[in-house]
Design a protein around this ligand. Structure first.
Ligand SMILES: Cc1cc2nc3c(=O)[nH]c(=O)nc-3n(C[C@H](O)[C@H](O)[C@H](O)COP(=O)(O)OP(=O)(O)OC[C@H]3O[C@@H](n4cnc5c(N)ncnc54)[C@H](O)[C@@H]3O)c2cc1C
Length: 380
């Protein structure tokens, strides 16, 4: 087995690493504190082709593979987990479905601006009563003349308060269960009847906006329908498989930041006349973190490698997302322990990493749902 990265993959990783180290990491604590949207950073990420890494160049993207996406997203998330999730949602949850299911015309209209990083996209699936079970959604889209009329509310939508475009799922035929769900690509800036609802105050990833999307007789053109009518649920399952590779990468990035900072601290902090890194109890924590993060990264790269080869990767993406988010959570809790009282205080970034890691166990399917998906694949 050859683990060597291609020249292009190495170049993307190194570029993302340099950019994260110099432009993102120094601002991460302030972004977390102020909850400010990292607009300037995202503009630069767009110029570096990071907002639509795997989208063909003719539609504004980077024309690269999913392994490159994982490598870049790990580095960006290591610098700032909020920036990481904004990038992940734009790439995996917005650009992917428009690229995969849109026509050439739709791609020019709805994909190009977000893949090129000029605008931001979001993905609206979850509703107040439909989280782990999205088939229970209530938002409807009814065909009316030369367009569709959408009514309903989406909940907890990443980038929802700042996005210009969105892919949203709605019921187009009641009584047909998941077969009655369709998805739509929307130009949110030009959709009468659409407004941003409540913006959430959160535990972590504070610089990434999470909001409701409210549709009240919102009229959208006929070309908003993505793919076949009634095909939205299937599209959603595939979109989320890819999205989970993104969240796994985000979690690995957070874990890598924890490990780097824990090692550096342990080597300089002295107690009992010695660096704490000389104590076996501390060494074991670092060894466990490093091993679990390598395992998480390898699971994530395997899922991306399968996606690049158009082989099935639903189970592998769920494994990567579940394991990487659990590994990042364990690493961040232990990271605080390595720093002792300093780890608990905002002077050091460790408490932020723990708050940021937690969401990776929840969104794009909770880790309980990941276990259901993995088991379903084992026993089918
Ligand atoms: C910060 C943030 C950003 C988000 N971004 C987006 C976004 O961009 N777009 C979007 O559409 N959604 C988004 N979400 C929604 C997210 O995907 C859901 O919150 C998540 O899927 C869980 O749904 P829920 O919160 O309704 O929890 P519930 O489904 O109510 O689950 C509650 C608990 O029950 C467990 N549970 C539920 N069903 C089962 C079962 N069958 N077996 C075992 N356990 C089960 C869950 O694992 C969980 O522990 C975001 C959420 C947050 C907090």
């Amino acid at each position: 087995m050859d683990f060597t990265l291609s020249e292009e993959q190495q170049m993307v990783r190194d570029m993302a690493q340099r950019f994260a180290e110099t432009e993102i990491k120094p601002k991460a604590a302030q972004l977390d504190e102020t909850h400010e949207h990292p607009g300037d950073i995202l503009k630069q990420l767009g110029e570096l082709k990071m907002m639509g890494i795997a989208v063909p160049e003719e539609y504004g993207g980077g024309g690269m593979d999913y392994v490159s996406y994982v490598l870049a997203l790990i580095e960006i998330s290591k610098g700032c987990a909020s920036t990481g999730v904004i990038m992940s949602v734009n790439n995996s949850l917005y650009c992917f479905p428009v690229d995969a299911y849109g026509t050439d015309e739709q791609k020019k209209k709805y994909l190009y601006p977000c893949a090129a990083g000029e605008k931001l996209g979001c993905y609206g699936l979850t509703e107040a009563g439909a989280g782990s079970d999205p088939a229970g959604m209530r938002t409807t889209a009814v065909r009316d003349g030369d367009g569709w009329v959408i009514n309903g509310e989406k909940k907890f939508i990443t980038n929802g308060n700042v996005a210009s475009y969105g892919v949203i799922a709605a019921v187009t035929e009641k009584g047909k269960g998941y077969k009655g769900i369709s998805s739509f690509a929307l130009d949110l800036d030009n959709t009468p009847g659409f407004k941003v609802g409540r913006v959430e105050e959160k535990l972590g990833i504070c610089a990434s906006g999470t909001s409701e999307l409210v549709f009240e007789d919102a009229r959208v053109p006929v070309d908003a329908l993505l793919g076949e009518e009634g095909g939205g649920f299937k599209q959603m399952l595939t979109t989320l498989d890819g999205g989970r590779i993104g969240i796994a990468s985000q979690a690995v990035g957070i874990g890598r930041a924890v490990l780097e900072e824990a090692v550096a601290y342990a080597k300089t902090r002295e107690q009992f006349g010695k660096p704490i890194s000389s104590f076996q109890a501390i060494q074991w924590k670092l060894a466990d973190m490093a091993t679990e993060l390598d395992a998480a990264e390898l699971l994530t790269l395997r899922a991306a490698w399968l996606e690049d080869r158009k082989k099935p990767y639903e189970k592998e993406a769920a494994m990567a997302k579940m394991y990487a988010s659990d590994a990042a959570m364990r690493a961040s809790v232990e990271g605080i322990q390595v720093l002792g009282g300093y780890g608990y205080c905002k002077e050091y970034p460790m408490e932020r990493h723990m708050r940021d890691a937690k969401i990776c166990q929840i969104y794009e399917g909770t880790n309980e749902i990941m276990r259901l998906i993995i088991a379903r694949n084992l026993i089918k």
